[in-house]
Design a protein around this ligand. Structure first.
Ligand SMILES: Nc1nc2c(c(=O)[nH]1)N[C@H]1C(S)=C(S)[C@@H](COP(=O)(O)O)O[C@H]1N2
Ligand SMILES: [Mo]
Length: 373
């Protein structure tokens, strides 16, 4: 198929920056994106409700009519290219998965506030992550249907949102190649999020969900998927979403894939707690590599550590909820820290390694709180 057909399918698509309400008690808005406040997870279940799931849009949410929408599967590594309607997609065998989507820049603000190195980009604290129950069709099922050939190497999903223009440079629609091995392993073409059709901001009518990998891989508002016998690239695999800076090659690291280990408290930034009574501090830890095996907490700025209790599921590629009791006696400022270790032995370092675009901040975060009498 030719690409003009795609551009054509975007014509007439209405868009809006972010469609869902962004109440200040749930979100911090940074330009075209909305960060979840971690206190909004307090008292919630395992999944992040859709009303508080972070939104990362390069431009604006397109409002797509599922009645006319098509998902095109094309490329030289497919024997039987397809064009599926929404009904076609819903009629295929489906599956569900509890998976986190996390922006590669989650935690970026701490490169500056904790390590004194400024990095450009959205200054996320830790709220650019959410876990949902996604329902959809395995990408491998779609690729089988379209007769993927043995020489396929790369798969390029493309979004139907407006082209991304930055500093006068038009980078085209948001798209990023995936190696065929990952595409066939565990990737979903999702059409439901937490038991309802995907909300517009999260990719309606269908999005990719790429478990464990940087959020940018999980392309929203899918319009087409190209499968190629030759390596594919886009600005999202060459210019952005690589590590650049000292110790990395001039063209950057390989494109980012697996997300790092992180932890967050379900508390407001700068929370106020009462002295002389017991508090249960709740939080969650996660890693793109596998499940969390250990979470340690410090309430004295990292001088001493003790184990948190994990409860409930602690799924790989989602997260592990935990809690710890704390009874501060003396009023004053305190620094809370959480440090997790995953099943591969990867743990959160005291300092994250610098990279000039501020990706994958895995350092231990110093969460300030005030204890009052
Ligand atoms: N088409 C399209 N897909 C996209 C994006 C986008 O701007 N356009 N943003 C990506 C990025 S950088 C992230 S982190 C995730 C965020 O998903 P969410 O907005 O559902 O939380 O979507 C990814 N998929
Ligand atoms: Mo992202």
């Amino acid at each position: 198929m030719d690409l003009d057909e795609n551009v054509g399918s975007r014509a007439g698509v209405i868009s809006s920056p972010i469609v869902k309400p962004l109440p200040p008690e749930l979100f911090v808005v940074h330009g075209t994106v909305a960060e979840m406040r971690w206190e909004a997870m307090r008292g919630q279940g395992y999944h992040t409700p859709n009303d508080r799931f972070f939104v990362r849009n390069h431009t604006a949410t397109p409002l797509i009519d599922s009645g006319t929408w098509r998902l095109r599967l094309h490329g030289d590594a497919l024997r039987a290219p397809r064009s599926l309607s929404y009904e076609d997609l819903l009629a295929l065998p489906c599956t569900t998965a509890d998976v986190a989507i996390e922006c590669a820049g989650n935690g970026r603000a701490f490169f500056e506030s904790q390590q004194g190195t400024r990095t450009p980009g959205i200054p996320w604290r830790l709220g650019a992550i959410g876990v949902a129950r996604w329902r959809g069709v395995r990408l491998s099922t779609l690729l089988d249907l379209a007769g993927v050939t043995a020489d396929a190497v790369d798969v390029m999903p493309r979004g139907l949102d407006a082209p991304y223009v930055e500093d006068g440079v038009d980078h085209g629609p948001v798209r990023r190649p995936l190696p065929i091995t990952k595409a066939l392993a565990d990737v979903l073409v999702a059409y439901e999020m937490n038991d309802v059709p995907l909300p517009p901001d999260h990719g309606f009518p269908a999005r990719l969900v790429v478990p464990g990998w940087s959020g940018v891989a999980s392309i929203k508002w899918l319009g087409d998927i190209e499968v190629s016998s030759r390596p594919l690239s886009s600005p999202w695999s060459t210019r952005f979403y690589r590590m650049f800076g000292p110790g990395y090659p001039p063209e950057g690291s390989a494109p980012l894939t697996v997300q790092a280990v992180k932890s967050a408290f379900e508390l407001p930034w700068g929370a106020t707690l009462r002295a002389g009574r017991q508090h249960i501090l709740h939080g969650r830890s996660w890693s793109g590599n596998g499940h969390i095996v250990k979470v340690e907490i410090s309430v004295d700025g990292g001088l001493s550590w003790r184990r948190a209790e994990t409860r409930g599921p602690r799924l790989a590629r989602a997260w592990a909820p935990w809690h710890v009791a704390w009874a501060p006696r003396t009023p004053g400022p305190y620094v809370l820290m959480a440090r997790a270790t995953d099943e591969t032995g990867a743990t959160q370092p005291r300092e994250a390694r610098y990279n000039s675009l501020g990706y994958h901040f895995d350092g231990v975060v110093a969460h300030p709180v005030t204890v009052v009498g």
